[in-house]
Structures are given as C-alpha cells and as structure tokens.
Design a protein around this ligand. Structure first.
Ligand code: PLP
Length: 389
C-alpha cells in the first residue's frame, strides 16, 4: 500500500493533509518521495526555526542523544537548567516550567493564574479573559480558552471560567475586569491560527496597565510568535510591555517537542513542589536543541528577520491579486483575491510550501532562509497569485 492509503487506514482522521510526502530536507528545501524539491515557507508551522536538519542544531541534538536521552524530572540534568538560565537572562523572567507543547505551556499558565488569584483574592476568583479569534491549543481547557466556537461545539461541556472579548475592544475588557472577579488575561499578540492578525499596540498597552492596576495576571501566548519569529526574541518585547508570564513552544525546540512557561517575579513562586509536573518536560535532547536555537537569536539575527519581512511585504503588497499583507516579522498573512487554499495547492504544484490561516495564505519561512531562496519562493507565490486559476 502507498503511504496515502496506509495513512488513511491507520491514522486517525483529524488531519486534512496536503498531498506531499517529505523524505528529506536541508535548510529551507524539502524533498518529496519523487525527488521533487520544494522551497518551504511553512517550517512545519513555525517549528523548524533554522530549517531542516540545521547543522548546529543536529550536532547539539545528536551529541546529547549519544550521552543520555532522558532522566525524568526526579533528577537533575544540565541541559534544561542551562536553557532556563538563558531564557531568563535574555528576557528578565525569573523561572521557567518546561513541558512538551504549546497547549501544555498554556495549561501551566492557566494553573499559575488560577493559583495566584486563589491565594490573593480567594477561591471564587478564577475567570480568565481571552480574545475572540484566539487559538490556545487542543486540550479541553486550552480549547475553552480558545475564542473560536468552531473548535468548541463537538466537545461540550468545556472548562468553566473563560470569557472571550473582541480583540481591540478595550472598553468591553475593562468593563469585565471592573464588574467580575477576574484572575487573568491570556492573549496572543499576533493571532496566528486566527488569520495572522497583530493586536493594536495601544490596546495591548492599555490592557497591561489595567491588569497591573487590578492585580490581574497578564499572560501572553507566544507559542507561535516567540523565539525570533516576529523579529523580536519574544513578541511582547516589540510591544513594549512586561507581561507577568509568557508561554512558548513551536520554534523553541527547532524541531523537537518542547514547551516553556516563563514566570516573572510576581508569579515565580506560585507553584509549589508537587503542584505541577511533566514526565518529558525539559527533556535533555529537546533542551540541547533549544539551546542551539536560542544562542543564535541575537540582535543582529533578529534584525535580519525584520529585513526579510520587509522584503516579502514590499514585494507582495503591490501585487494586483493581493488585498492585504498582515503580520510581523516572518509570520505573515497574505489576503489574496483567490482562495487561500487554492493558492496553497497551486504553490505546492510549483514547488513552494505555504500554509493557510482562515482566509489568508500564511508564510512562516525558516528564520535563516537565504535571500536567493526567499526570492525564488516569493516569485513562485507571485506567479500563482497572478495566474488565472
Ligand atoms: C500552535 C499554538 C498552540 C498549540 O500548540 P501545540 O504545540 O499544538 O499544543 C497554542 N497557542 C498558539 C498561539 C499556537 O499557535
């Protein structure tokens, strides 16, 4: 049986996969089973920060694999501790909890918010405000946090205690904080799955002040925006705010599963021994890979991300078939006159991998993509957008 039939027979039906079987990759190039090459503007959904099988990353990972692969969190091992130190030194956060995915990083954030509020304000203060059109994960609780009904309806009842407010509607948010018992606010700064929609800076800064004034925990979901993706190490730094905690995952591991919940002094000691845990969290191999990623995301590199972003935006904005380009850094959404799905499929035919988010074509290329490859990919995308389908 070919892989398409086998997959259909044995893999749960949850994914509508593109008709592509990747057998090899190098940098920003994926190669399929027939030897056809693709420029990859998707990075496995913002995961392969330095592309496929990046040399430094692969070396760090294989070196660790050969030493030992796992210890559990009953014992010390150096890699996750060093990674936590690096993350804290680069951001100003005080402590890190490691898990294995974005959803888990958010679960931890939600537990921290609830526990903080319980201690400070009492048991009946547990509600968390999230935004309409947000995406926070697929577990029942992160699904409940997610402000999109389409994800909810099959799995009722959801976890209690999430209030969804429209992004940008500060008055509504303020009104809820003033009239209800609110423990925290959790939001993405660029809504990724929701269509690559950046929040308004003024709105974000007002929410930060409101949270501070009312002792409400401000949590930023940087699962997709983090780790250099938007041209800042973390997107909140580009918004000039200081959240009480952030979560990240996707690009942190450079291709291996890792999640991180980073805690400021306000919440660093909320969780006590035994309150939370993860068997795999901070796994040495994933952590070794993550160190090799984080070490390279310096000022100069982040500036190059911004420059590449400008290159794409200036190239696509003027295109006849493009309605609007949104996003930040190398996390961009292209609203095209043609349907995003059609554009993505046509690009694939022509050797370019792009993603979609809602009605947008979504671009998440490896952050270290070279200009020659970037240019080639943009040209393919332009030709598809122009082409009569
Ligand atoms: C992808 C994503 C998640 C979920 O991450 P998983 O690793 O799939 O659990 C949560 N929040 C945001 C903003 C994401 O983009």
């Amino acid at each position: 049986m070919d892989i398409f039939s086998l997959d259909k027979k044995y893999i749960a039906n949850t994914y509508a996969r593109f008709p592509l079987q990747i057998v090899k990759g190098k940098g920003s190039i994926a190669i399929d089973i027939n030897g056809k090459k693709y420029i990859d503007f998707g990075s496995g959904i913002a995961v392969n920060t330095f592309g496929y099988s990046d040399k430094k990353w692969a070396k760090a990972v294989t070196k660790q694999v050969k030493k030992f692969q796992h210890t559990s969190n009953l014992y010390y091992h150096e890699k996750c501790t060093i990674l936590a130190e690096k993350l804290c030194e680069k951001t100003g956060f005080k402590k890190v909890f490691f898990s294995n995915s974005g959803a888990e990083a958010n679960e931890c954030a939600i537990k921290v918010i609830r526990k903080y509020a319980e201690v400070k304000k009492g048991k009946d203060c547990y509600k968390i405000i999230t935004l309409v059109n947000s995406f926070h994960g697929r577990t029942i609780t992160t699904l409940s946090a997610t402000g999109q009904d389409v994800f909810h309806n099959d799995f009722l009842p959801l976890t209690d205690g999430f209030i969804h407010v429209k992004a940008g509607d500060f008055e509504a948010l303020e009104n809820i904080v003033k009239t209800e018992k609110i423990a925290g606010v959790l939001m993405e700064l660029v809504q990724g799955e929701g269509g690559v929609m950046p929040l308004d800076e003024n709105f974000v800064q007002k929410v930060e002040k409101l949270c501070k004034d009312n002792d409400v925990v401000l949590a930023i979901d940087e699962v997709q925006t983090g780790n250099g993706r938007t041209g800042s190490l973390y997107a909140y730094q580009g918004y000039n705010i200081k959240p009480d905690l952030i979560t990240t995952a996707k690009g942190l591991g450079g291709g291996l599963p890792i999640g991180a919940t980073m805690l400021s002094e306000k919440v660093e000691d909320v969780l006590k021994a035994g309150m939370h845990g993860s068997t795999f969290g901070g796994n040495p191999v994933a952590s070794a890979g993550a160190i090799s990623i984080i070490d390279r995301l310096d000022e100069k590199f982040l500036n190059s991300v911004k420059e590449k972003s400008n290159y794409i935006i200036s190239n696509l904005s003027a295109e006849e078939g493009v309605i609007k380009v949104s996003g930040k850094g190398l996390m961009l959404g292209i609203e095209t006159k043609k349907s995003a799905k059609e554009v993505a499929l046509k690009c694939l035919e022509k050797g370019l991998i792009v993603l979609t988010a809602k009605n947008k074509v979504r671009l998440l290329p490896p952050l270290n993509i070279d200009y020659k490859t970037l240019k080639k990919g943009v040209e393919i995308l332009k030709s598809v957008i122009r082409d009569e389908l």
